[in-house]
Design a protein around this ligand. Structure first.
Ligand SMILES: NC(=O)c1ccc[n+]([C@@H]2O[C@H](COP(=O)([O-])OP(=O)(O)OC[C@H]3O[C@@H](n4cnc5c(N)ncnc54)[C@H](O)[C@@H]3O)[C@@H](O)[C@H]2O)c1
Length: 250
């Protein structure tokens, strides 16, 4: 658990931050401990708003709704007095073989993970540009470069691969406008998305195949997001920071 002043005065929105054991909440709390003020967005209500750490706020937002995204970003910017950092972390996962993959499942995956990132970033753009020195951090996945194969199927991998391409294209487009855009690609992280989801015995086999010998914690991923949001990465844009314990070195 790090504390410091890497994000002093920064005004941040993190999507998908309702669950206290999820990556989004770890990012929000890490950022707050580094001096940021953070609005957490999620389609789900947090387990207890009262439990939110100091410096954190919460608002409901379904990233599949453009109206929700616009309203939530405008309200967050109003509350924070502007917006200079956006973390697109909201996401869903699924592993369905192609033969059973219905069109609605495929489209839903893209709608939440990829189009949701587009909607929030589009809504945030005027505020980020006005702020100057802004940063966007997108939560991709090892699945994009590994070809799925764990808890994520082809539709999940495609959504995360799309996020990486979107990140790179936006980095090129928005760099001249004072906005850096980067991605984090976590490997296996112990969160509500993964806990108890592997068949018996598979967890041990997976840990044995990871050079660092364990799954990531949400805080491991939050550290990478902190780097990409802060001035430490001032000359990085369009990069994908892999956080997988060496499981996928390519
Ligand atoms: N856990 C892992 O191993 C892992 C690995 C690689 C990438 N990721 C990515 O990290 C991110 C966070 O995942 P997590 O593991 O903390 O799981 P999580 O399920 O705890 O977090 C995802 C959050 O997104 C929210 N969400 C889902 N649909 C939404 C919508 N339509 N609008 C707004 N919010 C919505 C959920 O309510 C949830 O709070 C996801 O994008 C996931 O794909 C996770």
């Amino acid at each position: 658990m790090t504390t410091g002043d890497l994000l002093n005065g920064r005004r941040v929105v993190v999507s998908g931050a309702a669950h206290p054991a999820g990556i989004g909440r770890a990012i929000a709390e890490t950022f707050a401990r580094h001096g940021a003020r953070v609005v957490c967005l999620d389609v789900a209500a947090p387990d207890g708003v009262a439990d939110l750490a100091e410096g954190l706020d919460y608002a409901v937002c379904d990233v599949t709704s453009e109206a929700d995204c616009r309203t939530a970003i405008a309200a967050a910017a109003e509350r924070l007095g502007g917006l200079d950092t956006l973390v697109n972390n909201a996401g869903i996962v699924g592993a369905i073989p192609l033969a059973d993959l219905r069109e609605e499942d495929f489209l839903r995956m893209i709608d939440v993970n990829l189009s949701g990132t587009y909607r929030l970033t589009r809504a945030a753009l005027p505020f980020l540009e006005k702020a100057g020195g802004a940063a966007v951090v997108n939560m991709a996945s090892m699945s994009a470069s590994r070809g799925g194969g764990l808890l994520g199927g082809s539709h999940y991998a495609a959504s995360k691969g799309g996020m990486i391409s979107f990140t790179k294209a936006l980095a090129r487009e928005l760099g001249p406008r004072g906005i850096r855009v980067n991605a984090v690609a976590p490997g296996i992280v112990s969160t509500p998305m993964t806990n108890g989801r592997f068949p018996p015995g598979q967890e041990e086999a997976l840990r044995a195949a990871i050079p660092l010998g364990r799954f990531a914690t949400p805080e491991d991923v939050a550290g990478a997001a902190l780097y990409l949001a802060s001035g430490l990465s001032a000359y990085c844009t369009g990069i994908v920071l892999e956080v997988n314990g060496g499981y996928h070195i390519h």
